[in-house]
Design a protein around this ligand. Structure first.
Ligand code: G6P
Length: 487
């Protein structure tokens, strides 16, 4: 392929290298939702995807995979340590999640972040066709929009921020706060999960750069003394709802759900937590509340089991190593104090499972606990709701997850309020089926009406409109082709 009209740029490629076999490995599609969302538009536009292959020092020529053109950006071991584990996940991640863990501001990490963002921008500039559209994803690449605009003013550039954007009082800690804002403002459309995130961003721009903002528009000065308008707006991400519904209706998956309950010793109620093992997810708060409920005698181990799936994540970053130790200690203590021979209080899995197994788990769970202290969206909440084709089950949802803006019929909690969380868990466990059904139907309506195709279509339509606004004629890029939309 020489050039592409549509290019996605993300830290990771949508594939993993499976090296288990020892024969150099083969590519597998990674499970993430983003690739599912963008696959239709990638196919219809013969688009390209620029990203890191996921392991240090892997160098590959661009290749075709599943109808997508993939352009690998290699990272050395130092790049991984300083750009990915350091600046992305030990500076930006904790800062943007309300400093739940202390961000570390290290100048050599910032150097690496600039260097690697430049490499991504160069790879993108080389593959994007004249007048093409580029969609940059997430906090690892905040400098790419401006770098790319400087190299290729002909391009239409979108950026989507998957994580929260913090309040100004926190954001202003960042030693490189101006450069990061300028980096993002290189985009024509800057998408956020919540209205509040877009508001926090606009405020930071006003305070730091003194640019004017009006509604969602930001006036950005240009090098020729004029200005252009960048749009900063909420586009809440979603899931491929139909895929979850389809899986949840499969008899083998429903049978698997029954089998899971049996394997757990047929407790009356199954509670479930599913998270990347991350300090933003409030796993400790959840365990504390559950442990106290058993100690208080309000829940009994004979009747209730908590399944906690915590998938391994960022295992070389110190705060993640510590978190894992704390959680595993807590689980062992609660189980040690409360288990009977036949029943365990908590079944803890430090593993990742395929989507089929996750849907079976969702179907097996009477109560889903999403207790994030801060979360951009939380797609697990939406996956649970989509999977409950039987209109049963209760979603307990933190107010601090982006999903809470949309999923108003969940049982809402403040995870810092342990007593309130305990009461909410008991309420969920005891909720009559009729009330479960009322709430679940309302939740499902939202997730059916706003799925991930809808998300990408709204974003790309805004991007096409923005491009027209600054006089660029681009072919409209959309996830669903016109024919499909008519149908
Ligand atoms: C969050 C971020 C993504 C990231 C994912 C997994 O959802 O918004 O950008 O890819 O976590 O984290 P990892 O560090 O493994 O890519």
């Amino acid at each position: 392929m020489s050039t592409a009209d549509f290019v996605v740029v993300a830290n990771r490629l949508p594939v993993d290298r499976n090296t288990d076999g020892g024969d150099g490995g083969e590519w597998r599609r990674s499970p993430g939702g983003l690739v599912t969302a963008l696959e239709p538009v990638m196919r219809s536009t013969e688009g390209a995807w620029v990203g890191w292959p996921g392991k240090a020092d892997l160098e590959f020529e661009p290749f075709e995979f599943d109808g997508m053109h993939l352009v690998p950006v290699p990272l050395s071991a130092d790049d991984v340590a300083d750009y990915y584990e350091g600046f992305s996940n030990d500076t930006i991640w904790p800062l943007y999640h309300d400093v739940i863990a202390a961000p570390r501001y290290r100048r050599n990490w910032w150097e690496a972040y600039q260097r690697v963002n430049l490499r991504f921008a160069e790879a993108t500039a080389a593959i994007a066709a004249e007048g093409g559209t580029v969609w940059v994803q997430d906090y690892q690449l905040q400098l790419v929009p401006k770098l790319l605009r400087d190299m290729r003013p002909d391009l239409t550039i979108g950026y989507f921020h998957h994580i929260p954007f913090p309040a100004y009082g926190l954001y202003s800690q960042l030693p490189w706060r101006k450069q990061v804002l300028e980096g993002l403002l290189g985009a024509d459309v800057i998408g956020f999960q919540r209205v509040a995130d877009a508001g926090n961003f606009a405020r930071a721009v006003r305070r730091q750069l003194r640019y004017e903002t009006r509604a969602s528009g930001i006036r950005v000065p240009t090098s020729d003394g004029g200005h252009r308008t960048a749009l900063a707006k909420a586009f809440p991400i979603s899931i491929s709802t139909d895929d979850y519904i389809e899986l949840a209706q499969r008899p083998d998956i429903q049978a698997r759900a029954a089998e899971i309950r049996e394997d757990l010793g047929n407790p009356k109620k199954v509670l479930l937590g599913v998270d990347r093992l991350d300090y933003t997810k409030g796993i400790r708060h959840r365990l504390k509340a559950f442990g106290e409920l058993i100690e208080d005698g309000r829940l009994s181990v004979e009747d209730v089991t908590l399944v906690q799936v915590a998938s391994p994540s960022r295992e070389r970053v110190e705060s993640y190593v510590q978190l894992r130790d704390e959680i595993e200690l807590t689980v062992a203590r609660i189980n040690g104090d409360n288990d009977t021979w036949g029943h365990s209080a908590i079944r803890y899995m430090h593993q990742a499972f395929p989507r089929e197994e996750m849907v079976a788990l969702y179907l097996a769970a009477d109560v889903m606990l999403v207790t994030a202290l801060r979360d951009g969206m939380n797609l697990v909440a939406k996956e649970y709701v989509a999977s409950r084709v039987d209109n049963k089950g209760v979603l307990v949802l933190s107010e601090f997850a982006g999903a809470a803006d949309e999923l108003a019929s969940a049982v809402r909690i403040n995870p810092h309020d342990i007593d309130g969380l305990k009461d909410a868990i008991v309420r969920a466990v005891e909720m009559p089926t009729a009330e479960q059904g009322r709430r679940m139907r309302a939740l499902r309506k939202r997730v059916r009406e706003h799925d991930v195709d809808d998300w990408s279509r709204l974003f790309l339509d805004a991007l096409t409109a923005a491009a027209r606004g600054h006089g660029v004629t681009t072919r409209s890029v959309s996830t669903v082709d016109e024919e499909q939309r008519e149908a």
